[in-house]
Design a protein around this ligand. Structure first.
Ligand SMILES: Nc1ncnc2c1ncn2[C@@H]1O[C@H](COP(=O)(O)OP(=O)(O)O)[C@@H](O)[C@H]1O
Ligand SMILES: [Mg+2]
Length: 390
């Protein structure tokens, strides 16, 4: 790929040139900035497929305006911005004007080369990614605290790590989405709202640059850190987001807002499977009935609803038969409580698989993942391969 570099000093230029060359990019144009010439003038000479530009300094707001008009005219050029005041507000403003990634100046070498690598990979994969058509699975919590987010994140992680599926997790719980902390130290990179606010610009590269890359097969788009109203994302935005993501991954896991809005219904309709997570207690049964009634009222295919009874106790107050009779669909999975391992996973932001690969919740999630994708686990758990190779 060909890159143009616009930086402040020749030392900086050489350093960036080296990193870029090391990733097999060709530097086809370079320019040095000074305080007397606005960025706009320099942008006129840019060519190639990637622009790396340093926007540190007092001119950042003017730089962003210049980049906005540049990116409008050159939608196929990927812009990487360096900024010494690497703040969330700058990052958000930059993404809004079409910048794909923002780095500190000087950038962290590992992050910078990883992003360049990703760009190359995306380009190489472009024809095949367009043909991809991810399966979509949604998790919906009957009443808060059913364990939907915990199960969804760990289900997605197992799909990626054990079944080798390129998996994207999108946290659509706009009120209290905290999925990122279940499988990482968090916080996320950009939020789903940052994406939907600029939905017209959304493509595979923007989506990838907004995702937190938790492993090489598992990306996560987090909910906003501060709660926003459940109807902040509209139907067109959610549809476009899912459509773009479907082209980039094998599986898309959605954690939905409990408040069923038109966009939640859209997501449900676009899902191949919907896991409704509940406990075997009366309030959860009431809520499950409410959700399923809404689903039926929309005329959606009921066969994709899978009821999961979490924290299941065999001698609990309501048995499975009663639940099935009350809500009108079969229970697909029961998952018992596992206080110690789950607490350790949650408290450290570690996937349960890594806390205890033999935990029975991991086994249940493996089964769910295999049945969902119709595949057998290709990458067996560590203990199993150790056993086989010892
Ligand atoms: N099977 C389980 N055993 C023990 N704790 C669980 C189990 N499932 C979920 N939890 C815990 O319950 C709490 C609420 O789960 P969460 O996934 O946030 O619920 P929801 O998304 O339905 O509101 C979390 O701390 C989670 O770790
Ligand atoms: Mg949740």
């Amino acid at each position: 790929m060909e890159a143009s570099l616009i930086l402040w000093t020749s030392a900086q230029l050489e350093a960036i040139r080296q990193s870029v060359n090391a990733e097999n990019f060709d530097v086809v144009h370079t320019d040095l900035r000074d305080a007397f010439h606005p960025l706009q003038e320099l942008l006129e000479k840019v060519h190639g497929e990637v622009l790396i530009v340093d926007c540190s300094g007092v001119q950042t707001p003017q730089d962003l305006l210049a980049l906005e008009s540049f990116s409008n005219d050159h939608q196929d050029v990927v812009i990487f911005m360096l900024n010494s005041a690497y703040e969330v507000s700058t990052l958000k403003a930059a993404m809004k004007v079409g910048v794909r990634e923002v780095f500190a100046s000087p950038p962290n070498a590992g992050d910078f080369s990883a992003s360049l690598k990703r760009l190359l990979l995306r380009k190489k994969n472009t024809p095949s990614t367009d043909e991809k058509h991810a399966k979509v699975v949604s998790f919906l919590s009957c009443k808060g605290g059913s364990g939907a987010t915990f199960l969804a994140t760990n289900f997605a992680y197992i799909l990626a790590q054990e079944l080798g599926k390129n998996t994207a997790f999108i946290d659509l719980d706009l009120q209290c989405g905290d999925a990122v902390y279940y499988v990482s130290q968090g916080p996320g990179k950009s939020s789903v709202i940052d994406i939907t606010e600029q939905i017209d610009r959304l493509d595979a590269t923007l989506l990838s640059s907004s995702m937190l890359h938790i492993t090489d097969k598992f990306d996560l788009l987090s909910a906003p850190e501060e709660p926003v109203s459940s109807d902040t994302i509209n139907v067109n935005q959610i549809e476009r987001l899912i459509e773009v993501a479907k082209k980039c991954y094998d599986v898309l896991v959605l954690d939905l807002d409990r408040i069923v809005t038109p966009s939640t219904l859209k997501a449900l309709n676009m899902s191949d499977h919907v896991f409704i997570v509940m406990e075997n207690l009366l309030p959860f049964v009431r809520d499950a009935k409410r959700v399923i009634a809404k689903f039926r009222a929309m005329g959606y295919d009921e066969r994709k609803l899978k009821l999961v009874v979490n924290r299941y106790e065999r001698n609990g107050t309501i048995d499975i038969k009663e639940i099935e009779k009350a809500v009108g669909i079969k229970v697909s999975y029961t998952i018992s409580s596992s206080f110690r391992d789950v607490a350790q996973a949650i408290n450290t932001g570690t996937p349960l698989l890594h806390v205890n690969t033999e935990n029975f919740i991991v086994d249940a999630l493996r089964r769910m993942a295999q049945e969902f994708t119709g595949t057998k686990s290709v990458k067996r758990s560590d203990w199993f391969s150790r056993l086989m190779h010892s």
